[in-house]
Design a protein around this ligand. Structure first.
Ligand SMILES: Nc1ncnc2c1ncn2[C@@H]1O[C@H](COP(=O)(O)OP(=O)(O)O)[C@@H](O)[C@H]1O
Ligand SMILES: [Mg+2]
Length: 436
């Protein structure tokens, strides 16, 4: 990768990244990562001697988001990734790697004395891990450099750290030095999409189109705003619900949200001839409505029976073998039952916010629709809301009320994203699924 010469705020941020803590925040694709990496490379070569560390949400995302781009910039000779041992050798210095959410990560850093750290996606860390890491940066002249997209306005990173930053390179490019008491030796640099001149205009337009509501305010405008109100604020029955399905080219996935006292909800997603994703049918067992709870054996039998009737009579084919069956990640025993019955199911990806973002983007880009027979999903998706209590704590979480249809849809779509993302029309694949 050839790095184009930096301009404007990019240059300015590198010059101002002299504090103990330095954080690039703001919009997606605004060049936070590239700028922070350039500063980190400089630090690795010229900073104080001593152990260094690089941290990501997980080691896997760190590798994909940061180590791969560094390798592309400086070449394999200067950046050697050693997978098994969790280290990278950069300009001859050994750097420890850690995923902040990996169980052993806190143990790993406990005994270290660090001279520097690079931190990717800081808002995704447990606060305790971040606080511990700062205490480990005890070598004289130690610095950390990090990036993040914004989260809720009550998030710990904003509340306890960014709000007390000594220097703020603002949205408008002003450099504000705070006079408040209680300041931290922390510099924050706010980036918006326009601060990155290396993006094609069509790409910027797409990023803006697929990020709607909460995701627009955070990922495009870079605002630290609470998750409140409707989760799927872009949901529009007149656009997203259809009475007739196009011919389905691929039966991609059956999703299952499992429940015993709560409803059990299944649905089948297909790829239409028009290259949109369709929730084609749903099946729900609500034990309270039916006055009877089903066992795993009965659920499995019912699911298989139902799949054999999809699509309905009169449609081209009867009986569907979806490419994937995605089971509720918390329903391991049900998955075992399915396997006994000859269905190999995968557990759903339970990254809730990532999954919601995938579904949001698909709805916003109008590449996800559902058949009008899916009445339970249609009813629930419109009322699916963020949890105000969680927002107050600085977390993003949807209310766990009438969420069975939305959960099923999220499992079915987000878990299978690599299977369908290249099948969507050009330019209509959510960027969150293709780019790091
Ligand atoms: N100086 C640069 N030269 C070339 N490409 C750049 C430069 N700065 C940013 N880019 C490109 O812009 C895109 C977004 O940059 P990135 O740093 O990943 O943004 P962010 O971390 O804010 O999401 C990347 O694909 C990157 O390659
Ligand atoms: Mg980035």
């Amino acid at each position: 990768m050839t790095v184009a010469p930096l301009v404007g705020k990019q240059t300015e941020s590198l010059r101002l990244a002299t504090a103990r803590g330095n954080l690039w925040e703001g919009a997606v694709r605004s060049s936070k990562t590239v700028c922070s990496i350039l500063r980190w490379l400089q630090f690795v070569r010229q900073g104080p001697p001593g152990p260094l560390m690089m941290v990501g949400k997980t080691e896997r995302t760190l590798k994909r988001n940061i180590i791969d781009p560094i390798t592309a910039m400086v070449g394999k000779q200067r950046c050697r990734y050693r997978a098994g041992v969790g280290e990278v050798e950069l300009f001859g210095r050994t750097i420890y790697l850690a995923g902040a959410n990996d169980e052993r990560a806190a143990e790993k850093i406990k005994g270290l004395t660090l001279a520097g750290a690079y931190l990717d996606e800081v808002t995704t860390y447990p606060q305790s891990f971040f606080a511990m890491l700062l205490t480990r940066l005890s070598v004289e002249g130690a610095q950390w450099f990090g990036t993040t997209n914004p989260a809720g306005s009550n998030h710990w990173l904003m509340r306890d750290y960014l709000s007390r930053a000594a220097l703020h390179l603002t949205r408008d490019g002003e450099t504000l030095r705070s006079q408040a008491d209680n300041l931290l030796d922390l510099h924050r640099f706010f980036f918006k999409l326009e601060d990155n001149p290396n993006l094609p205009a069509a790409y910027v337009a797409q990023v803006k189109a697929e990020n709607v509501g909460l995701f627009y305010r955070r990922n495009v405008l870079g605002e630290w705003v609470l998750a409140e109100g409707a989760v799927y604020s872009m949901w529009d029955e007149t656009r997203h619900v259809v009475d007739e399905l196009p011919p389905i080219d691929r039966w991609l996935a059956a999703g299952v949200d499992y429940g015993t006292t709560n409803p059990f909800h299944a649905g089948v997603v297909g790829l239409g001839e028009d290259r949109r994703l369709y929730l084609t049918r749903e099946w729900r067992w609500d034990s309270r409505r039916e006055h009877r709870q089903l066992s795993d054996v009965e659920y499995s039998a019912s699911l298989r029976e139902w799949l054999s009737t999809v699509p309905r009579p009169g449609e081209t084919r009867r009986g569907v073998q979806p490419e994937y069956v995605i089971a509720d990640p918390s329903a391991a025993s049900f998955r075992v039952q399915l396997r006994r019955d000859g269905i190999s199911a995968r557990l759903g990806d339970n990254a809730v916010i990532d999954g919601i973002r995938t579904v949001s983007s698909l709805l916003a880009l109008d590449v996800l629709r559902m058949h009008s027979s899916c009445v339970d999903v249609i009813r629930e998706i419109g009322s699916y809301s963020w949890d105000d209590k969680a927002s107050e704590r600085g977390e993003d979480a949807p209310l766990k009320v009438d969420d069975h249809g939305p959960d099923m849809l999220r499992y079915a779509l987000h878990t299978t994203r690599t299977a369908w993302r290249n099948a969507l029309p050009a330019g209509l694949t959510p960027g969150c699924l293709t780019a790091p």
